[in-house]
Design a protein around this ligand. Sequence first.
Ligand code: SAM
Length: 350
Amino acid sequence: MSLLSGSSGAAEVQSIAAPPVLVDRYNRAITDLRVSITDRCNYRCVYCRTGNEGAQYSELPMADYIRMVRVFVALGIEKVRLTGGEPLLRKGLVDLVRELSNLRTVRTGELLDLALTTNGHLLENLAEPLKDAGLSRITVSMDAVDPATFARITRVPGSFERVLAGIRAAQRAGLNPVKVNCVLLRGFNDDQIVAFAKFAREEGVIVRFIEFMPLEEDRLWTPESVVPLREVVRRLESFRPVARLSPNNASETAVRYTFDDGVGEIGIIAPVSQAFCGQCSRLRLTSDGKIRTCLFSQSDHDLYAVMKRGGSDAELAGYIERTVALKEARHHIGEPEFLKPSRTMVHIGG
Ligand code: SAM
């Protein structure tokens, strides 16, 4: 395999002996990379952030992310999701998407599957430029469909209207299907489940409920705060009978449902009650260029340090391979030996 060396993408070509697919010691193929491009966020969602702390980690020039992603893709990464912090805050995002959308996977030669996760606040004006630049898919985080509840969660007045406008702009731009992710916390927004089901049907978006994980800046998480998959299904059934849909692929994290009339799609992502670590295909790159092998890792792996000291692409690739070998078997949420991870969700990139 050969890789172009240098952040400019310039000419020196180097040989790397590594096989083109990253496989960890549990025989999981690593094909999925999430890249945080900023630690800043314009929302202060009460279940995610304390509201007092801002960005804690630096962000890199876009050219550095591009170089790193190129090396990951040469090693077999096939899906890249840009995230944050809030990625739409980052100037140069559209150009970054344009650069990355031209990359092809080593296994099939197809274009990279390039996705983005956003809170949607700035999406209305960016949806079309992002689509035109080559973005394949978008996920918008939205934790309530009641505007007042939503503003209480984000701590930003008028946020619901902004996000809804962003979702509709994404649909108009052809970023279909738009996925809307809702993290459920008991006694907080679990009264929104049926309203979200109606929203999915009326707006033509895929709504996905996510179990709350212990990844917050404050200490809110308890086992009781999690609304487990089976309870979400029960609440959906109180609205209309649901029918299970078959998975789109083996590593899909969401269990998918529709309703008896086939209108609307709901996914449930259950990392707590039905952990899917055995199929985990993910790595994460933080805004300051560190690799995380699991959301719940106790430490990061400083890829950027290799780059800063003048490491070649081959050296970056070697570092990535050695890091993949350290990927944890699974998380330990809810178990006595569980330790809080060294970073919270907003500083990792969800
Ligand atoms: N700002 C972007 C957004 O809002 O989508 C990207 C970053 S945000 C940290 C990514 C996702 O992580 C959001 O959907 C958010 O709801 C989710 N999230 C944050 N804390 C979480 C937690 N403790 N458990 C599960 N999901 C969480």
